[in-house]
Ligand binder design. Structure first.
Ligand code: SF4
Length: 328
């Protein structure tokens, strides 16, 4: 079960401290925010900045954009590519100038040419504080890792699940800031290859990280190259009992199954030598599992002492089963 309020708080605190200073983050003008969102759709942040500033000098409001000669507009856009974006911007600007004010809600924004679900949610939340969660590539990646979603993120069902998770996580008091925080995390820390988990504010809650799957997820229909992971397990025994933990009921994998503690889960444990070593493959990852005898001075929250003799009566993961057989 995700601790929504803790995740929200951690993410917002991190964002306030680490967000990049970008020109469109210094404005509350919906027109400027909309222009930035359209420019960023298929173009990197660094490439957008000079275009954004020049474009807004030429066309500081919807009226100026609506009145721009097409050739001049396309010249201002030249280099950003995907010229339909510029044409749609102008069409939208011409609709906006007919309205009493800039469209202020999701449905009205969604009516504008070139504005899809993502852009409508982004502008509604950032410019108007409306509670709409955004779901772009960065957000999909962060969320699929957070819950260790193994399904294909291109599939409709999986996306619907991740959308509902985004809505659940959304901070309804600060939707714009929260959406930007999630996107910023995906853009700068939870990056596609080799995510920087050491710098991540939600690492303690990240199931992909806990399962060593952060480099395998998200799954996008193409099987990633088989990976190798090391897994260090601890055998901590006392008076015929052994310390184990149970996967929560909503765990995406092996819900309710029991596992031996991993080294990272018990940083205070003292190791007394290796007991066993074996390989185990799950989906496309081969784990090199090393089991150590260990002891603990203090108790470990979230773990239980189970009778070794009764372990046949509880569901054990295959890795835990293999390890227990080898060390018996
Ligand atoms: Fe992404 Fe790593 Fe953070 Fe998980 S811990 S959300 S994989 S950066």
């Amino acid at each position: 079960m995700l601790d929504v309020s803790i995740i929200r708080r951690a993410l917002l605190q991190w964002y306030r401290k680490h967000k990049r200073d970008l020109p469109w983050r210094r404005t509350e003008d919906p027109y400027r925010i909309w222009i930035s969102e359209i420019m960023l759709q298929q173009t990197r942040v660094a490439a957008v900045i000079p275009y954004y500033e020049r474009f807004l000098t030429l066309y500081p409001n919807a009226g100026a954009l609506a009145a721009a000669p097409e050739q001049e507009l396309l010249a201002a856009w030249a280099g950003l590519g995907y010229y339909s974006r510029a044409r749609n911007l102008q069409k939208a600007a011409r609709s906006i100038v007919e309205l009493p004010q800039f469209p202020r809600d999701y449905a009205a924004l969604r009516q504008l040419p070139g504005v899809g679900d993502y852009t409508a949610a982004a502008v509604a939340s950032i410019a108007f504080g409306m509670p709409h969660a955004v779901l772009d590539g960065n957000v999909l990646r962060v969320l699929s890792r957070l819950v260790a979603e193994r399904g294909d993120i291109k599939s409709r069902n999986i996306r619907a699940g991740l959308r509902s998770l985004a809505e659940t996580l959304l901070d309804r008091k600060r939707p714009g800031e929260f959406n930007q925080a999630l996107m910023e995390l995906g853009a700068t820390v939870c990056v596609p290859k080799q995510p920087l988990c050491g710098d991540c504010p939600v690492r303690p809650h990240c199931q992909a990280r806990q399962q060593g799957l952060e480099n395998q997820l998200p799954f996008n229909g193409v099987r990633p190259i088989a990976g190798r992971q090391e897994l260090h397990l601890l055998a901590i025994e006392r008076a015929g009992k052994i310390l184990l933990w149970q996967r929560p009921a909503d765990s995406p994998r092996l819900a309710g199954f029991w596992e031996l503690p991993e080294r990272a889960q018990a940083p205070g444990a003292t190791l007394h030598g290796e007991l066993a070593e074996f390989r185990h493959t799950i989906v496309n990852t081969t784990y090199l599992v090393q089991v150590y005898r260990a002891s603990l001075r203090s108790s470990l929250s979230g773990f239980l002492w189970l009778d070794k003799a009764g372990l046949g009566n509880v569901p054990l993961s295959t890795i835990a089963k293999k390890a227990l057989i080898l060390i018996a």
